[in-house]
Design a protein around this ligand. Structure first.
Ligand code: SIN
Length: 289
């Protein structure tokens, strides 16, 4: 990639036009919305609510299925940067069916969505599943395979090591934190699914810790995601050990698509000011143990 700042899965990645626009706005790579074997409408609404420090979503993996998604990837590729397809399945067979059915520059295995029955974290919280699914997909495709991990476990490093044993080319940390909001007038859970996943600034310190632990234990690259909205956030997650950075919830902020350029330019001026390379910045905080 021409720069390490990417569009995260699930944000604006439903259409080729938005993938292309993210690329043209300065993203070094783009990740699609997660797609599976069959079309899904997702959870009933409300599916997103703003809370202190971020957004709570329970989309429920809505997608048109891989059968109806190649065109979006192809349009996204017109942006001139790698398009990584985020894919999900209920087990190795479904993951492989989707991966073999799509042509993308890489795959990100969603083993971490915290609110979809039979998918995501329900299977991705077990290291044996992570290893088996990673290995099966890796054996079926010729492009890089990343595994997006759930932070909703006691030991995320165990999951990262499982992905590495399965042959992953990288891990992506973190997906959202399982969370809930309740309307105090009615007493009703606000999201249609009752609980969902928290993203945005509130989860950044959790992401920093997870990236730090993973980068200390793994030999494969760790891509950091979670609450990154400025070049300072990007620098922080790279100092924790991230080889690349994904931006999600911040796309809904005032900067919109311009956030990619402001992060990459800010990071580049910072490196110039410090007289450092990105490589020298990576994992800097791990020297202070
Ligand atoms: C969704 O589409 O339900 C969100 C995906 C995720 O949290 O991984």
């Amino acid at each position: 990639m021409k720069n390490p700042v990417m569009l995260a899965a699930g944000i604006l990645g439903t259409t080729g036009a938005s993938l292309k626009r993210a690329a043209q706005s300065g993203a070094g790579g783009v990740v699609t919305k997660s797609v599976g074997v069959a079309p899904r409408e997702g959870h009933r609404g409300p599916t997103v609510v703003q809370v202190e420090g971020g957004l709570l979503n329970a989309m429920g993996l809505p997608n048109p299925s891989y059968h109806n998604f190649q065109e979006e990837i192809d349009i996204g590729r017109e942006g001139g940067v790698p398009v990584v397809a985020s894919i999900f399945g209920s087990g190795p067979e479904e993951f492989v069916e989707v991966a073999e059915g799509l042509e993308a520059d890489g795959f990100e295995l969603n083993l971490s969505c915290p609110h979809a029955e039979r998918y995501g974290a329900e299977i991705g919280c077990e290291a044996c599943n992570v290893e088996e699914i990673t290995r099966t997909v890796k054996e079926s495709v010729a492009v890089p395979v990343w595994v997006k991990l759930t932070p909703n476990v006691a030991d995320i490093v165990g999951l990262g090591l499982a992905a590495q044993r399965g042959g992953a080319d990288g891990v992506v940390a973190i997906n959202t934190l399982k969370a809930m909001a309740i309307d105090v007038e009615s007493g009703r859970p606000i999201l249609g699914n009752r609980f969902g996943g928290l993203s945005g600034p509130a989860i950044k310190p959790v992401a920093i810790r997870c990236v730090y632990d993973l980068a200390s234990a793994l030999e494969i690259p760790v891509i950091g995601v979670g609450g990154v909205s400025s070049w300072q956030d990007a620098a922080e997650i790279i100092m924790a050990g991230a080889a690349g950075v994904q931006v999600g919830t911040a796309l809904g902020g005032v900067e919109g698509y311009a956030v990619f350029r402001s992060i990459t330019e800010g990071l580049s001026s910072y490196l110039d000011r410090k007289g450092m390379t990105l490589e020298e910045l990576r994992g800097l905080a791990r020297r202070f143990s």
